[in-house]
Design a protein around this ligand. Sequence first.
Ligand code: NDP
Length: 275
Amino acid sequence: MSGRYGVIGNPIAHSRSPEIHRAFAHQFGRTIDFVRLLATAEDFDKVLSDFVKAGGKGLSVTMPFKQRAFQMSSSVSQRASQAAAVNTLIIDSEGMISGDNTDGPGLVTDILSNLGWQINGRNVLLIGAGGAARGILHAICQEAPESLVIANRTESKARSLAAQYKGDTKISTSTILQLLKPFDLIVNATGASLQGSALDIPDIVISSHTHCYDLAYAPNETSFNRWARTRGAIRTSDGLGMLVEQAAVAFNLWQGETPETRPVIDEIRQLMANG
Ligand code: NDP
């Protein structure tokens, strides 16, 4: 597999992207040169242009550079444009950079295909209004939920996210504390699980048929999923499947091949368990 690939972010040492992409390449009898690139707000542009000059062909972009990558892209896909954020850069033979956002399809494929849950016709709660929420909002709405509530600690950010959406789904906003009814599907797109802090969510949002998806992933159950399970949620999942699925879409953009994701999800889960 010629050319160099990588993931750029800060922090970056914890990223599982190299293992994921190496496993994908292996499925096609290839090896991949895939590096972790640590950048700061000050040197992001230079790290990116050095990578392009060195023959870089593709980069995954993670926190906190998805908006910066959007600005640096000469052209962007429709889904990146809707999200105003880019998590995948594709670099052509002339060094031109185009941007895409694979977080939305990654989440929806994990929910529908891997987990076998439903979005269509369901009442959905999206908690959070940061970069990840922006990346997944349109993909969730494309599955035609019955309704969607965006709840965020800072409600003004939920309102501005909802205002950016131009589609048919009925969207309302709330603070987390003011949620008043149960939901069929709850997607946690806040950073609270990673900080180990509890979200102040009223228990009423959970009923005996509620499915809860935490975008965060960890070797052990995330704090949000533990909270949901102990309140009676019927199913919970962390975001490892989404991570692998969004990487599979990126791999396809770079290589034109569709890798199998199930064995890679299992492999990375095992790596995480081993520390
Ligand atoms: P951002 O920093 O852009 O947004 C953070 C969001 O979390 C904001 O809505 C913020 O609310 C909210 N928040 C943070 N801490 C708390 C808290 N203690 N209580 C309530 N709300 C809180 O982060 P991202 O959107 O980029 O990432 C969010 C999560 O999604 C992370 O855990 C990240 O790892 C995960 N993620 C997973 C992916 C995957 O492939 N599985 C892909 C992308 C992200 P406020 O606006 O009030 O500050």
